[in-house]
Design a protein around this ligand. Structure first.
Ligand SMILES: Nc1nc2c(ncn2[C@@H]2O[C@H](COP(=O)(O)OP(=O)(O)O)[C@@H](O)[C@H]2O)c(=O)[nH]1
Ligand SMILES: [Mg+2]
Length: 427
């Protein structure tokens, strides 16, 4: 087995840090504390990894990187750490709608506090919210809920409202409506859609609709939804998430579904970008490793670094590649310990599980092993000088195929692990 350098982990992460370094710009702004409201900042705390050092562009370093990068367990640790840090990224949610629709009451419900509590958002039948105010909630850590004054004041155009409320700064919008889905609501939807941002429509005061109508509850739900969708179709908006709630009943109607959807969407908002970037970076790292190793196949340094004693023994080579990419049994068990999954779940889909699987999965190798071609190749090997060349050519060709297949397996296991970390409950 090759010796492992003490700064191994740092080297493994050299490529990954190239991804993260640009994200670090802006870290100077103070990140939000978990539960305290912030008056005006929209700071995004980005994941960073304290152990990562700046890349040193020297030939020897890139050679070291070539041997060391692209191992599964190390990459899995980085993915886990990245997601852990991304989960603390503040997310700004704007709660908007027409005045009196129940925006401030909705924020209080989402925070799990009563209107009478000291730091609750002020509510009232008269226009109560005059400037935008931020609130935090222990139920949704690192989320800033912005209680915006309602639209509906005719002296202000929608453009001015969007500008004053800094609409471009929010990550998610909750449009509150009750009694009617007005032109203002439709305009808000259009503006948010044009910005390419995500939004929910929340219909409040359902208790009143239910108490004032003779129809059955299901019919009332249907007619409210239909009315919202008809209005949205005018703006060609695809069906957004719509929740019908009563701020007087925080546990009833669509409130549980709303909280659940919000939790999932918060994860997506925070983690999608970093995870995708990280995965691409890992893929690149694996591809670089394959290119680097393919170049070295047939050399003594290749055999030494991978701990191969007999390069003609393809089974030994395959095992060495597994170890080198971190997809051998021991490494997979390590990864499985991190995710809590069975290591056989990873192994079962590996195309490079054993020699037979590799041969079966590749038509080039199947051809070389077929009953006509194999004896011919064996015959060629007996020819002095030429035989030796042919033998080595085919061995190297097979080794390169093996490398590519093991690399592909490494990527697909990494993808599976990323999916697991990202949404264990959605699988
Ligand atoms: N019956 C009922 N009244 C509500 C509901 N939500 C808010 N209200 C009342 O509607 C009025 C306006 O609420 P508020 O939250 O201040 O509206 P905002 O202007 O949109 O922030 C207040 O008197 C609230 O008590 C609800 O779900 N049901
Ligand atoms: Mg209000």
């Amino acid at each position: 087995m090759p010796q492992e350098c003490p700064c191994h982990r740092i080297r493994v992460n050299l490529r990954l840090q190239e991804l993260v370094t640009p994200l670090l710009t802006g870290m100077a702004e103070s990140p939000l504390s978990p539960h305290s409201p912030s008056s005006a900042s929209f700071t995004i705390a980005v994941p960073h990894h304290s152990g990562w050092s700046l890349p040193v562009a020297t030939e020897s370093r890139s050679t070291e990187k070539g041997w060391a990068d692209g191992k599964l367990p190390e990459m899995v640790s980085v993915v886990k750490e990245t997601l852990r840090e991304a989960s603390c990224t503040p997310v700004n949610i704007a709660v908007t709608g027409d005045s009196g629709n129940g925006m401030s009451s909705f924020i209080n419900v989402l925070r799990g506090i009563g209107q009478e509590d000291e730091d609750s958002a002020p509510t009232g039948v008269v226009r109560t919210t005059l400037t935008r105010v931020s609130y935090s909630s222990s139920h949704f850590p690192y989320v800033v809920l912005w209680d915006l004054p309602g639209t509906g004041d005719n002296s202000q155009s929608l453009d001015d409202y969007l500008l004053e409320m800094q609409f471009n700064k929010y990550d998610l919008f909750i449009i509150i409506a009750s009694e009617q889905f007005s032109m203002n609501h439709v305009r808000l939807v259009k503006a948010i859609k044009d910005m390419g941002k995500k939004f929910y429509v929340v219909w409040t005061k359902l208790d009143r609709d239910l108490s004032m109508s003779a129809f059955r509850e299901g019919q009332i739900h249907q007619s409210i939804r239909r009315n919202i969708l008809e209005n949205l179709q005018k703006e060609r908006v695809h069906e957004p998430p719509i929740f019908l709630v009563s701020n007087l009943d925080p546990l009833l109607h669509d409130f549980p579904k709303l909280r659940e959807t919000l939790r999932k969407d918060l994860s997506h908002i925070r983690c999608d970008g970093p995870l995708q970037n990280l995965f691409h970076s890992c893929e690149e790292s694996i591809n670089d490793k394959v290119t680097f190793l393919k170049d070295k196949i047939g050399t003594q340094s290749f055999q030494d670094a991978l701990g191969i004693s007999n390069a003609d023994d393809l089974e030994e080579c395959l095992k060495a590649y597994h170890r080198h990419f971190g997809v051998d049994d021991e490494s997979l068990q390590l990864v499985a310990q991190t995710t809590g999954e069975a290591y056989t779940d990873y192994k079962v889909n590996m195309k490079s599980q054993d020699l037979q699987a590799v041969n079966n999965g590749n038509w080039n190798l199947t051809l070389m092993n077929c009953t006509v071609v194999k004896p011919f190749l064996n015959f060629l090997c007996w020819i002095p000088f030429l035989g030796n060349l042919v033998h080595h050519y085919f061995i190297r060709m097979k080794q390169k195929h093996f490398l590519a297949i093991v690399a592909k397996d490494t990527k697909s296991i990494l993808r599976k692990v990323c999916q697991f970390f990202f949404s264990p409950d959605e699988r």
